[in-house]
Design a protein around this ligand. Structure first.
Ligand code: 5AD
Length: 349
């Protein structure tokens, strides 16, 4: 018997959902049903996503990024995150000279896309420091694309960083549900987050956004709204991570997010917004071995390699979990090959 899911307005068989997606019907009930596809139907969803990826990126290339986690100082206290959870964690900020040395090393290794990540710290002194790092790197390696992921700042600070040479900014909205947002991120509001996202777009950054899947209180309907919110902005990048209950975070006892829902959402992002850059994040691999490969098969086209932050600092930036899982270069190379893709020599857009 064919499984049928009840929604308030429709009953849709899985095959019908796929046909509707192919025909460009992205209405709420179709998206909801598509999130629930499993087994053979799920494989067909992924095949459609790959077809859309190949139409926009015919060279079958994957963008490779390195990441430098420039500081773990954070003014937020997000319930899902371990970084701010431990009051006595050693605070670090990578010095200007050290940053340039790390970036030089990555450049020599062939990297042309760098993700600069940190806790959220709007102190002008810190923003000045990051702007100096960005400007120094721009001067030495003008062809290195620089992506910032450093949180909510003032429009003036975003302008300063853009002028220093930053190209892109990742500002995930995490959830489109304002009540959930404030439950997960008690020191922030969704309205404030979206205002930041809009000011980044106004300034001409290539902007990325996205959500997390499987946090407490979140429903499948919320994920449909997340997809719809992703369509409201002209984004260059979109990403979804599966919730990992970090053992030092306030949500340590909550169940991990559902990987199938996450990869289906990734496939839907590709089908709805085929020209965006979509990462297969290490959270997928942390959730389940082979998870990152599934992300590529569901339509992702960027990977991040954790070869920028010095080993002695990595444990001080416990983004998903303090027993941090950073897939090694060889693992990333192997899954890219297995997915019949190759590394792009530089940025994909
Ligand atoms: N599980 C899954 N994703 C997470 N992120 C942060 N902590 C977690 C977690 N425990 C994601 C958020 C954040 C990005 C840097 O990583 O989406 O914006």
């Amino acid at each position: 018997m064919t499984a049928v899911v009840d929604t308030p307005t429709h009953k849709i068989a899985p095959g019908a959902a796929l046909a509707a997606l192919e025909a460009g019907d992205f209405s709420g009930p179709i998206l909801l049903q598509s999130l629930l596809l499993r087994d053979e139907q799920q494989e067909r969803l992924f095949a459609l996503a790959r077809q859309r990826r190949e139409a926009c990126f015919p060279a079958r290339k994957v963008e490779v990024r390195s990441v430098i986690e420039v500081s773990n100082v954070c003014r937020q206290r997000c319930n899902y995150c371990s970084i701010g959870a431990k009051a006595d964690r050693h605070a670090y900020t990578i010095r200007y000279e050290d940053f340039l040395e790390l970036a030089d090393h990555l450049y020599e290794k062939g990297r042309r896309v760098l993700l600069i990540q940190s806790g959220e710290n709007a102190a002008q002194e810190f923003v000045d420091h990051v702007a100096r790092c960005v400007a120094g790197l721009t001067e030495r390696h003008p062809d290195m694309v620089q992506i910032l992921c450093i949180g909510n700042l003032d429009p003036e600070q975003y302008r300063q960083l853009k002028q220093a040479g930053a190209d892109r900014y990742i500002m995930k909205f995490e959830t489109s549900n304002a009540a959930l947002y404030e439950r997960w991120k008690p020191r922030d509001t969704l309205a404030n987050r979206l205002a930041c996202l809009e000011s980044l777009l106004d300034l001409g950054y290539q902007v990325g956004s996205g959500n997390m899947i499987g946090l407490p209180g979140q429903s499948v309907e919320d994920l449909v709204s997340d997809l719809q919110l992703l369509g409201r902005y002209p984004l260059a990048m979109a990403s979804c991570t599966v919730f990992i209950p970090g053992e030092e975070s306030n949500y340590r006892d909550e169940p991990m997010g559902d990987l199938d829902l996450t990869v289906n959402l990734l496939a839907l992002i590709r089908i709805l917004f085929p020209d965006r850059l979509i990462p297969t994040t290490s959270s997928l691999e942390k959730a389940q071995r082979g998870g990152q490969y599934r992300g590529l098969m569901a339509g992702a086209n960027t990977v991040t390699i954790h070869d920028g932050t010095p080993d002695r600092l990595k444990h001080l930036f416990p983004i998903y979990s303090s027993r941090r899982f950073a897939p090694p270069d060889e693992h990333i190379a192997a899954i890219v090959k297995k997915a019949h893709l190759t590394f792009a020599p530089g940025a994909l857009r």
